[in-house]
Ligand binder design. Sequence first.
Ligand code: G
Ligand code: G
Ligand code: MN
Ligand code: NA
Length: 250
Amino acid sequence: RALEADIERGLPRGEFLLYLQPRVAAPSGTISGYEALLRWNHPVRGMIQPGDFIPVAEVSGKIIALGQFVLEEACRLLQGLEERLHVSVNVSPVQFRHPDFVRDIQDLLRRSTIDPSRLELEITESVLIEDDDHATAVLDQLKTLGLRIALDDFGTGYSSLSYLSRYPFDVIKIDRSFVDALGREDNATAIVRSIIDLGTALGLHIVAEGVETLDQARYLADAGCDELQGYLLGRPAAPELAIRQIDRDV
Ligand code: G
Ligand code: G
Ligand code: MN
Ligand code: NA
């Protein structure tokens, strides 16, 4: 595949970069951190979204080098950010299952001066389905290193609830489909409220994704959501632009 060879050539040439999307505390609206979202500034095709190259990178194994780049870049960005701010990165299932995953993160943290708790790994349920004992061991080791672990796209998988009790998550990110349905579908408010109550009862930090309207933000803040993320609060942007964005009221 041409795209596959392009990834290999583009990585050392600096064609990949992290965009940052703000996460804000609810209800204050103060920026608490950012989600890192990978972009590819391809010399011929222009800016390519991750949905168009991550699947190729996963099949070809290039996701390992890309994922390592993302983690290193996130640590580098964290060095330049205020110490109260965190950065979350998305971890591919292929990356998560690679035998060197934990060791590479350990090496990275040893080379860096950041507090590991400022780095959050977002994993989806697809990471956990395959092989429980391995996933449990990896998550336990990551926790021991001091990282925070988020369950991304919460509520979209098959057994979200059993995962919550089985694995040591710190954060759940409510999938944007639920946020989008707020005020439009009858059951949406009940579902969102139940997720927040359940997560809170389990001592988890609750983040809502895909917040686009002030009504959604107010509802989520009232229901006890800890952090909000979405176009209302800020779009993914190049780091130098994203970190210039100011806190806003919700
Ligand atoms: O950035 P966007 O706005 O288009 O992201 C689309 C999808 O790509 C999301 O599911 C997101 O989790 C995923 N994604 C974005 N950046 C990364 C990354 O650095 N690594 C992995 N594995 N997935 C990413
Ligand atoms: O799968 P994950 O949750 O990592 O995906 C993040 C994706 O969600 C990115 O593609 C990002 O651009 C997108 N995103 C972030 N905020 C919003 C939003 O408010 N609305 C919509 N539709 N997408 C969003
Ligand atoms: Mn994510
Ligand atoms: Na998500």
